[in-house]
Design a protein around this ligand. Sequence first.
Ligand SMILES: [Zn+2]
Length: 332
Amino acid sequence: MGGASVSANGGIQVEVGKTRYVLDPHTHIRADYTFVSHAHVDHMHNPSKSERVIASSLTRELAEARGYDLGETVEEVDGVELLDSGHILGSRAIRIQDEVYYTGDASGRPRAFLGKCRTRQARILVMETTYGVPEYVFPSTAKLVKEVNDLIASAYDRGVPVVLMGYPLGKAQLLSYFFSSWEPLLYYESVDTMNRIHMAHGVQLKAGKRFDPSRDQDKLPHGPWVMISPMASGRSRLMAHLKKEYGAILVAFSGWALGPGYRYTMGADYSFPLSDHCDYQELINLVQAVGPEMVYTVHGFAAEFARDLRKMGFSARPLAAYQSSLSDYTKA
Ligand SMILES: [Zn+2]
């Protein structure tokens, strides 16, 4: 065994030589460095003044817009390499010497302005396994975008508006990018705020009309429009209102759409498996690219994926103390 150790308790704790790192902690944990992989709320906390935070400057900026002050962040630390993880704007994986590679949340395929997770070899791999069972293999993005455009076209033919729902940071910008040709195009306020930060960093999104639900929900046109919205249940007050008053069709976007009951759980009319995570095959590809001696799995199907890796001859086990809730479809 080499010089690194990995454990979890409210954050993933890594010791390499004499240096302690804590990765994506939910609370303050004492360490030499705190790493924040990306600006989704389940990966952030408000660090104390004494914490030295490693994060991309984009993550710091997006975090600030969401009410998290990461303080002075650094991207360059001796022995540490940050790599694009392809999950959302600014998301990074971290490699600490050639000992530990941690994916954060990672995508296995390019989408619009996002690339795919870059990998390097490491002795220990700590990886997200949100979709770590074979049922989750996603269709091509091009095919999915075509199906959704067909769905919107048929709604427009009938004079019916469409609400496209996904996480306000990440998914909503992909939806804004892929479905920008429809008019009128409305952005829910939290989506619009995130879109503007993307545009300031060179992402080509169309300016849409900002939708403030408290002010605008009774003033929308009766006729077709497309709204990009955060994920919400079709049974929520706003979505129930948009359905009843305007006849809106609700479309939810998430990798979970491949699972049983997702559309019903969300109260959506349609759902599509557009994901910002690796699918099962992409997770396997990632392990093979890193070529680790030991794999620790976190999030989602961590136990199941570790079991499959063991069958393939890898040493693998879940970091059980660091699990997020599988049932939470709407956060982030
Ligand atoms: Zn995330």
